[in-house]
Write a protein that binds this ligand. Structure first.
Ligand code: 4NP
Length: 161
C-alpha cells in the first residue's frame, strides 16, 4: 500500500505545524517507520514563507532531542489532493482549510481534514494554542500536546516496518 501523506497546518508555519512535523518524524524514526510515511507542514498565512521554525520553538524541541527541519510555506489548493490527511492546530486553521476544500467541490480525492487534538489520548483539549506572543511555557505546552497527539495519530495509522 502507498505511504500515507500527512500534512500539519497552522497559521504561520513557524511554530506549531513545524513542531508537529518534527515530533511526528522523530516518533516515526524511533519506530523505524520513517520510510512508511510522507510528512510535511504548511501555514494558512504566507508572512513567514522560506523561514526556518521560530528559534524558541526549535530550542524547546532540541531540549527534547527533536530536530525541526521545516522551512515555512503557505498552504496551496493542490495540498488538498496532494495529501491524504490534513491535521489542523486550531479552529481557525480548521475553518480555513475546510473553506479551501469547499472551493474544490465534492471531490473524492481530497484529504481528510481534522483537528490535531482529536488524536490526543492524555490531554482533553480542542486546540493547540498559538505560542507566538507568549513565554517559554507556551512552547513547552505545545510540545506536550503534540507528543500526545502524534503518538495517537501514529498508532491509528497502523504502519508496519
Ligand atoms: P504558528 O504561530 O501559526 O504556530 O506558526 C504563529 C506564527 C506567526 C504568527 C502567528 C502565529 N504571526 O502573526 O506572525
Amino acid at each position: 500500500m502507498a505511504e500515507p501523506r500527512i500534512l500539519f497546518v497552522c497559521l504561520g508555519n513557524i511554530c506549531r505545524s513545524p513542531a508537529a512535523e518534527g515530533v511526528f518524524l522523530h516518533q516515526l524514526a524511533q519506530a523505524g517507520l520513517e520510510e512508511r510515511c510522507v510528512v510535511d507542514s504548511a501555514g494558512t498565512g504566507g508572512w513567514h514563507v522560506g523561514k526556518p521554525a521560530d528559534r524558541r520553538m526549535r530550542a524547546a524541541a532540541e531540549r527534547r532531542g527533536i530536530h525541526l527541519p521545516s522551512r515555512a510555506r503557505q498552504l496551496d489548493l493542490a495540498d488538498l489532493s496532494g495529501f491524504d490527511r490534513i491535521l489542523t492546530m486550531d479552529d481557525d486553521n480548521l475553518r480555513a482549510v475546510r473553506s479551501l476544500a469547499r472551493e474544490l467541490g465534492n471531490r473524492s480525492d481530497l484529504a481528510r481534514i481534522e483537528p490535531m487534538t482529536s488524536h490526543c489520548r492524555r490531554f482533553t483539549v480542542s486546540e493547540v494554542p498559538d505560542p507566538y506572543y507568549g513565554g517559554d511555557q507556551g512552547f513547552e505546552h505545545v510540545l506536550d500536546l503534540l507528543e500526545d497527539a502524534c503518538a495517537g495519530l501514529l498508532e491509528s495509522l497502523r504502519l508496519r516496518a
